[in-house]
Design a protein around this ligand. Structure first.
Ligand SMILES: [Zn+2]
Length: 478
């Protein structure tokens, strides 16, 4: 029988208790930042648990210098460029002082994960609009920004906001207008139409906007969407040629889905996950940050030193009697369990990442289309644990890739990602606006079999307009 990683090296010492399993599961589910908090809480309430300043490598036990990773475990063992270096890295400064540049890691530390480019959309927009807001407008702005859908459009009624804040709808609209002028332009619009109009308004302040653009969007949006140019021209009192110019301008300059535009220096992950990622749990980079070098997989374990059982407490325990001794013994057991479970968590994370990075290496290096189909169950079988263990280890975790993009760890299991990337490619190279059936056929020719409805879903996940709208965008003069 295969020994599970849950049992791993501790199996030999003592049989696993259900408390052990339960706690390891809980710890696995936590992000590094949450684990750090958990440890702090335990330290404050359990006298048997002690933190010594001394740093030790969680993998080889070697005593470490004041800062930095293990000089042995973080280095390649061979000269083979295909080798990956997977190690557990105890980082204290990483989470404790988010503002500081962390002098100790200055050389090998990947780009500051706290930089503004990693802000989430609401925070990013709020930072721009804040100086424009009156005191009483702030809570209204906050409610607007926390109710954006994945496209960056407002997902709540203005009436509801006004009722909630006892403000008039005019007041809410005023705040809404201010927000829509922020980058990405048109954010918090109620409809695609409103988003486009907000963009036109701001653009027109600095550059001339062709005649009829505003009116076409404002008054004849339906005809515009359906590409009924002659009808549209008639309604606007313009030539068909001018109307085509209008649709060209729209496709080149405007974005119907503000959140899917580039904003800040950061594009939101295209996976419908609302979470925002500030602290990666795993860093993947090339050794010495040089492409072509072996990949380094650095798994962060939070640490401000080394956790151990307090020798003083153990000694004092022996001098206790009866009930008192029983109480203290419980503390000691709890502390010992926590230390073991943290090691177990590290161990599972290491095995998981080693496998994931091995299987998805080509995705890590070359991007979306190279993602291999993979299930949590397959990994679980390879590690020798239950699928739920892998699910917990993957949940809530984030990984920073060599290109500095931070992705949810679950992306490694995203079956749709590669297909979506290919779909993106098909649309980028289309010579007429392919409808979903045609896209489905095109995927089929590449050996990918999906339903038409799935094509529509993936298309919208990628922020690609349906064919009848793309026709206006891309092929207006065709
Ligand atoms: Zn080591």
């Amino acid at each position: 029988m295969k020994l599970s990683a849950m049992q791993g090296q501790y199996q030999k010492q003592s049989p696993l208790t259900s408390a052990h399993i339960a706690q390891t599961m809980t710890l696995l589910y936590m992000t590094s930042a949450e684990l750090l908090q958990k440890i702090d809480v335990e330290l404050s309430k359990n006298p048997a648990l002690e933190l010594v300043r001394e740093r030790r490598c969680p993998m080889c036990g070697r005593k470490l210098p004041e800062s930095g990773p293990c000089p042995v475990c973080s280095q390649p063992k061979t000269l083979d460029p295909d080798e990956m270096i997977v190690f557990i890295s105890p980082r204290d400064d990483f989470y404790a002082y988010p503002g500081s540049s962390g002098a100790s890691y200055a050389d090998d530390m990947p780009e500051d994960p706290y930089s503004a480019s990693n802000l989430d959309l609401p925070t990013y927009v709020l930072s721009q609009v804040a100086p424009e807001l009156e005191e009483e407008e702030r809570p209204i702005a906050a409610m607007i920004l926390t109710n954006l859908d994945e496209d960056g459009l407002l997902a709540v009624d203005v009436q509801e906001i006004s009722r909630f804040h006892h403000a008039s709808t005019e007041e809410v609209e005023t705040v809404l207008k201010k927000i829509q002028r922020c980058d990405p332009l048109g954010v918090a619009a109620r409809t695609v139409q409103e988003a486009l109009l907000a963009q036109v308004e701001v653009l027109s302040e600095s550059t001339p906007v062709p005649e009829f653009v505003r009116r076409a969007i404002a008054d004849e949006f339906d005809l515009l969407s359906k590409r009924q140019y002659s009808e549209l021209a008639k309604k606007l009192g313009a030539t068909v040629q001018k109307v085509k110019l209008v649709s060209h301008y729209i496709s080149d300059n405007l974005n119907p889905f503000p959140a899917r535009a580039n904003w800040g220096n950061f594009r939101q992950p295209n996976d419908n996950t609302p979470e925002v990622f500030h602290h990666p749990d795993v860093l993947i980079y090339y050794l010495n940050n040089k492409p072509g070098n072996p990949l380094v997989i650095e798994i962060i374990t939070p640490s401000r030193g080394t956790l151990r059982l307090s020798p003083m407490f153990k000694k004092a325990l022996k001098e206790q009697h009866g009930e008192q001794q029983e109480e203290w013994k419980k503390d000691l057991d709890k502390a010992s369990l926590l230390i073991k479970c943290i090691q177990q968590r590290n161990n599972t994370m290491r095995q998981l990442m080693e496998l994931l990075a091995g299987i998805q290496k080509s995705y890590i290096i070359h991007g979306d289309t190279h993602l291999k189909p993979l299930t949590r169950a397959e990994i679980a079988e390879k590690v020798g644990v239950h699928e739920s263990t892998i699910s917990r280890a993957v949940a809530n975790k984030t990984v920073q890739l060599p290109n500095k993009k931070i992705i949810p760890m679950s992306t490694f299991f995203d079956r749709s990602l590669a297909v979506r990337a290919i779909l993106r490619n098909i649309v980028a190279n289309e010579n007429h606006a392919l409808n979903d059936t045609e896209i489905r056929q095109s995927l089929e020719e590449r050996g990918i079999s999906v339903a038409r409805r799935t094509v529509a879903k993936y298309r919208s996940m990628e922020g690609i307009l349906p064919a009848h709208l793309r026709r206006i965008e891309k092929f207006a003069t065709a």
